[in-house]
Design a protein around this ligand. Structure first.
Ligand code: GLN
Length: 277
């Protein structure tokens, strides 16, 4: 079978996916161990029987909803190819806005903490941009800790230490910037029944109190771990901006600001804390 015919065949079968052409290209390129540009350059090349069988098996799993990132085992975030698996959230493009905002606030030698790091996406992006920074990341899940450490090693990012901790429980020291993309979806949210989220751990997605419980806990506890005039940045749902600002206000944070993502939705709220000690 030719490359272009294989893509047309897969695109047709994947029409329920939302991005059938892209999915087909990414999966075929993965099987052929090439960049997707190769498929455009050599549409008439034949694929081997083995590769065809592998491609068919991936398309079949994709039809059943398995995320493309789980099928290829990788997802790019902030131009870093990250290894992903079903123990963590698949990094989202919208989370890059959190990285961008943090970078605007961080001194080059900042002490940075990432809570609930998952694959390590946020802290590895920050550490790669700020090689002089001291970066710490924690996750409740041992599997996530292993994955984030593996990503740090694969990407040769050395200025980050990753440990197991339920939020701040095993965190020592104080930080100039604390970032988190915590679970923030309400348990009855209908989005949980659709798309990639069905294959991601609920512990990384769902939080009590209509999705706000973990954000509240982080904002409460972060006060003891922030250096004077340090920053807290939390990703949240597109309808949670005002609730998160209220939580921050009630805890005496200052300069509270919500930033929109690339889809123009409220996505990250940032604030400073000045201690009165
Ligand atoms: N933004 C993700 C989604 O809507 C959720 C991420 C999270 O809960 N931290 O699928």
């Amino acid at each position: 079978m030719r490359i272009d015919d294989a893509l047309v065949w897969a695109q047709f079968l994947l029409s329920g996916s939302g991005s059938p052409r892209l999915d087909a290209e990414v999966l075929l390129a993965h099987v052929l161990e090439k960049e997707t540009i190769y498929l455009m350059t050599w549409p008439e090349r034949d694929i081997s029987a083995t590769d065809k069988a592998s491609f068919e098996a991936l398309v079949e799993q994709r039809i059943n909803g398995v995320p493309v990132a789980h099928l290829t085992g990788t997802r790019e975030f902030w131009s870093l190819p990250l290894k992903v698996n079903n123990s963590t959230l698949i990094p989202r493009p919208d989370t890059e806005i959190l990285v961008e905002t943090a970078l605007n606030l961080c001194a080059s030698n900042a002490a940075i903490l990432d809570l609930g790091t998952g694959s390590g996406a946020i802290i590895l992006a920050l550490a790669s941009e700020l090689p002089q920074a001291t970066c710490t990341a924690v996750d409740f899940s041992e599997d996530a800790v292993s994955l984030a450490r593996e990503n740090a090693t694969l990407l040769k990012i050395n200025n980050v230490s990753i440990a197991q901790s339920n939020w701040f429980d095993n965190v020592q020291g104080t930080f100039d910037v604390i970032v988190s993309n915590p679970p923030y979806i309400a348990d009855n949210d209908h989005h949980l029944k659709k798309g990639d989220v069905r294959f991601e751990p609920l512990s990384a997605l769902v939080s009590a109190e209509n999705g706000l419980a973990d954000i509240r806990l982080i904002a409460e506890q972060a006060i003891r771990y922030l250096n004077d005039n340090g920053y807290l940045l939390i990703e949240h749902g597109f309808e949670q901006g005002s609730a998160v600002r209220d939580i921050f206000t009630s805890l005496d944070y200052h300069n509270i600001n919500t930033i929109k993502d690339y889809g123009d939705n409220d996505r990250v709220t940032v604030a400073t804390y000045k201690s009165i000690k």
